[in-house]
Write a protein of this length. Structure first.
Length: 406
């Protein structure tokens, strides 16, 4: 979708009212029962676009007894790829604002939140956006944030389903950049959900044809325990009917993978006579699987990868190559976005970076292996102090972002 696609979103979509709860004092005012635990980036504008990105991939466990509200809980494990998606949204907003013909006399703003790769955190961030009651957003001047008329996201199909089901009755649209589950094509259940990525129905059909074309008639299936994995395998099994391809086993990677469970899955792969393994899983699930595969030194399997992890650079580390050599996968077509590279490499930790971008510190420390904090006791002793003048090159911060918001 070109930059002009934003015009359709902004002109055709009503700005929603309050959609969550009311304060006890009456007056119809909305309020949040708790502050979201995820961080966010905000910039004011005449119209503010919401964004959901899994900048971290591990959310804290919820308090199950519901007797107290936990404070100072944060998400962990920084995910550079999702941070690039967030920055690409900011890039698209700035490009639109710079063009005098796209939205004359109108300035776009953004409110992008970290979803921590969890459904509960994603929904909490989305509700904070649409109610306009999140008082902890970085970059705000008056302590309150505006309601958003549209949300860009989420990356995961399961999280997108949760948010779409919650906000759909209020006609608040979502435009996802990476949620590919075929189930989201149901316009009756998700009338206000849109996406800029193909449905998994096409990927499953391509996998089935690939297996048939190459004569691989005895295969194993491994999927993630989420809507992406379950519906992906379901579509694949439907397309394999009558093709002569048979399934030796079907294993599911749990969302909290224990060593015992992962060992069982990989033992099944090792013990099967099926030499071809088809995987429908997000990158974090594939990473948990490959760690055990490498540990058991399995190097005689042909892997068929889904688009969610086939281009995941972390899995392409030298220690994984003996096990993953020859992997065939389906990926989105590469798109070169002019000027995006210099935009991404412009990042610098200035004096107010923690207020304007709470994620920049983690990015900087992860890329350069140093500490931006004053208290070095909180980081490994081997880390040096960052100067802040380090330069992010395109080799370290790739511009091949799979994000199409414009």
């Amino acid at each position: 979708m070109c930059l002009c696609g934003w015009l359709w979103l902004l002109c055709c979509l009503p700005i929603p009212g309050c959609v969550w709860g009311q304060s006890g004092g009456g007056g119809g005012a909305c309020r949040l029962m708790a502050n979201p635990i995820s961080g966010s980036v905000y910039r004011a504008g005449d119209v503010v676009i919401g964004g959901l990105f899994p900048v971290h991939v591990e959310a804290p466990l919820p308090e199950q007894e519901f007797r107290s509200i936990e404070g100072n809980v944060t998400c962990t494990i920084f995910y550079q790829r999702a941070y690039r998606w967030l920055q690409t949204m900011i890039f698209a907003v700035e490009e639109i604002n710079r063009d005098p013909f796209l939205l004359p006399n109108l300035t776009l703003g953004f409110l992008a939140a970290d979803t921590c790769l969890a459904e509960g955190t994603t929904l909490g961030a989305a509700l904070a956006m649409v109610t306009g009651q999140d008082a902890s957003v970085a970059g705000t001047e008056c302590g309150a944030t505006p309601e958003v008329p549209v949300i860009i996201g989420d990356a995961r199909s399961s999280a997108s389903i949760v948010v779409a089901q919650t906000l759909g009755p209020f006609d608040l649209p979502m435009v996802s950049y990476f949620a590919s589950c075929a189930c989201l094509s149901d316009n009756w259940r998700y009338p206000s959900f849109f996406r800029t990525i193909p449905s998994d129905a096409f990927q499953a059909r391509g996998m089935a044809r690939l297996l048939h074309q190459l004569g691989w008639e005895w295969v194993g299936l491994v999927s993630g325990d989420d809507d992406y994995g379950k519906f992906g395998v379901q579509m694949l099994l439907q397309d394999l009917q009558g093709s002569g391809v048979c399934v030796a086993y079907a294993e599911v990677i749990p969302k909290v993978p224990s060593q015992r469970r992962m060992k069982h899955i990989v033992d099944t792969i090792r013990g099967s006579t099926a030499k071809v393994v088809v995987t429908f899983a997000i990158s974090q699930d594939a990473r948990a699987l490959m760690e055990e595969v490498v540990r058991q030194n399995i190097t005689d399997r042909q892997w068929i990868a889904s688009e969610a992890w086939v281009t995941y650079s972390t899995l392409s580390s030298p220690k994984n190559l003996p096990s993953l050599a020859g992997t065939i996968g389906f990926a989105l077509k590469k798109a070169v976005i002019p000027s995006l590279g210099p935009f991404l490499t412009r990042l610098r930790p200035d004096e107010d970076y923690q207020k304007s971008d709470p994620f920049l510190r983690e990015l900087w420390e992860e890329i350069f292996g140093c500490s931006l904090g004053i208290d070095l006791s909180m980081t490994p002793s081997s880390r040096r102090q960052c100067t802040g003048s380090e330069v992010i090159g395109e080799r370290k911060f790739t511009t091949n972002a799979l994000f199409y918001v414009s």
